[in-house]
Design a protein around this ligand. Sequence first.
Ligand code: ZN
Length: 179
Amino acid sequence: MPQCPHCQTSYEVEQHLCTTCGYDLRKKDIKGIGGWLLWLCIMLTIIDPLIMLWNGYLITEMRYDLRDIPVVFFLQLFALLLLIINIILSMLAGGRLWLKMKRVITYCKKVLIASLCIQFIIIILVIIMGYLIGAPITIRDIVNDIGAIVIGFGIWYWYLTESVRVKNTFYSEFAKKAN
Ligand SMILES: [Zn+2]
């Protein structure tokens, strides 16, 4: 008889729910890098780094006069450094997901939190630079940026916590060892 991937209790083939833990047995085949998990991998390794590179380009393009406000130059450098760290973290998380490395979900969640903090700091830096160069960022732009960042973070954090595919792909081995 087949076993529940969640608690290892044997079940009949025609059963839909595990009688011990309530696991939906029809979902046991949703496994591996596919669906939303594939999309997350592509986001982390390719799309997010490209967006961050574009943001870096925009930051270097902000008009300023170095002789008048050198502090803007250092703020720009700081923002670019943070973007580079963010790109590296994102690609590492994505790469580890592709390779299904140990404890990768915990790692990805930490990266999501770190990335959220870094993006907030960059927004603050850009706001300060905007004021210093006499071209303040509008409240609407700031709210839009923060909204997009928080929503993106929330969706993927929730996905990593709740997804059946993530549980089947990354936690079944741990469940087997625990039982
Ligand atoms: Zn079960």
